[in-house]
Design a protein around this ligand. Structure first.
Ligand code: PSV
Ligand code: MN
Length: 388
């Protein structure tokens, strides 16, 4: 029997990296709505992230986005994060907002453009040395809109070359994670559209290169947990970008659209050893909070991951293996679903309290007065958002 008390110690080390950009304004191509209290600087984003960690104990690291989070002194930024009880996490590069990248970045047939894109990544690696970040995450907007617009094969070759140069610049302890996304902003073909392409490219690079799986980057109906299983099996899953989608790359709160899918993913995470203390797989959020308040949105997100991890840990794996071996389809499915349908929230609340955390982090945030304070303090200046 798998009981709640037996699984809680396995949740002890659960750490979810939050994205700095979740604290800034975001929106759609129609409108970006600002909210009072939105951070103006990376320092204010870190302060908000620290609040999420303080109330949940789940979010000790913050991913940066360059150039959005550019500062003069990254050592000082690292020190500031440390003072807040945080560390700086994955560095995300950005080759999708400059005019020069209109027709591609690391895949470009224009040598000067490709040079610029590679150099940007070399700069990110320098930053990682100062921030103490382990991972460089590359997501490319590269692709084409029309058949015949460019030579897909040539672009793939140039991508491999560019990545090689970036990979060669990584420090001993640093890693490269290559994210895939099946469409958008390119609509005909994307240069890194699927896990197979990311796998092939990172396999060619070497053992410090991995795939990043963003849960929102798949076609409807894709069995994402199968991909999780396969990449873990192959030792090539570097990190997750968690979020949820109803239609396209919605970047909504993880677990909001389909909690059962998150449960199934967490089951494969556990099955593949990625929740173990010594696991190197980074569990990250990649989300935007367009309408809801950002800090509670992040609190809700990390709690959703914790909750589905707890439910997945509740699967009676011995009984499940027996049912599977016996070919008892309904029993196996029933054992799986029993865990999913278990409400773990009261037990998690109690456990939180026993560790000096608020039983209800969202209520604690409301009661803390933090939002009111930042609304007052952060008057003036330019709110952070895309491009800042
Ligand atoms: C763009 O689609 C994106 O959401 C990718 O998922 C990246 O991970 C993220 O932006 C940060 O660059
Ligand atoms: Mn992502």
């Amino acid at each position: 029997m798998t009981t709640m008390s037996s699984i809680l110690p396995r949740l002890e080390g659960l750490a979810i990296e939050v994205p700095s950009w979740a604290y800034g304004n975001s929106g759609t191509r129609f409108k970006v709505f600002g909210t009072p209290g939105t951070p103006r600087t990376i320092h204010e984003k870190l302060a908000d992230a620290a609040k999420v960690h303080e109330l949940t104990g789940l979010a000790p690291a913050v991913a940066l986005h360059i150039p959005w989070d550019k500062v003069d002194d990254y050592n000082a930024l690292r020190g500031y994060a440390g003072e807040l009880g945080l560390r700086l996490g994955t560095v995300n590069s950005n080759t999708f907002q400059d005019e020069e990248y209109k027709f591609g970045s690391l895949t470009s047939s224009n040598n000067a453009v490709r040079r610029r894109a590679v150099d940007h990544h070399l700069e990110c690696i320098d930053i990682m040395h100062a921030t103490g970040s382990r991972d460089l995450k590359i997501w490319l907007a590269d692709g084409t809109n029309y058949p015949g617009q460019d030579d897909m094969r040539g672009r793939q070759d140039r991508l491999a070359e560019s990545l090689q140069e970036i990979y060669a610049a990584l420090g001993e302890e640093q890693r490269l994670v290559l994210e895939y996304k099946f469409f958008e902003p390119a609509f005909y073909h994307t240069d890194v559209p699927d896990w197979g392409t990311s796998y092939a490219q990172t396999l060619a690079l070497g053992e410090k290169a991995f795939v990043c799986l963003d849960t929102g980057h798949h076609a409807p109906g894709t069995n994402i947990e199968f991909i999780v299983m396969q990449l873990l099996r192959l030792g090539k899953l570097g990190s997750f970008d968690f979020n949820s989608r109803f239609y396209a790359d919605d970047d909504l709160i993880v677990g909001a659209a389909d909690p059962f899918q998150l449960f199934r993913i967490m089951h494969e995470v556990i099955r593949g050893g990625a929740l173990a203390q010594d696991s190197e797989v980074a569990l990250m959020l990649d989300q935007c909070h367009n309408l809801e308040e950002k800090i509670p949105g992040q609190i809700r997100s990390v709690l959703n991951v914790q909750e589905m991890a707890a439910r997945a840990l509740l699967i009676d794996t011995t009984a499940l293996a027996e049912a599977q071996a016996a070919g008892d389809v309904l029993a196996a499915n029933g054992i799986f679903n029993d865990a999913f349908y278990t409400d773990v929230r009261p037990a998690l609340a109690e456990w939180r309290e026993s560790r000096g955390l608020p039983a209800d982090p969202l209520a604690a945030f409301k009661a803390s007065g933090y939002q009111k304070k930042i609304n007052e303090d952060r008057a003036g200046g330019r709110q952070s958002g895309w491009g800042a």
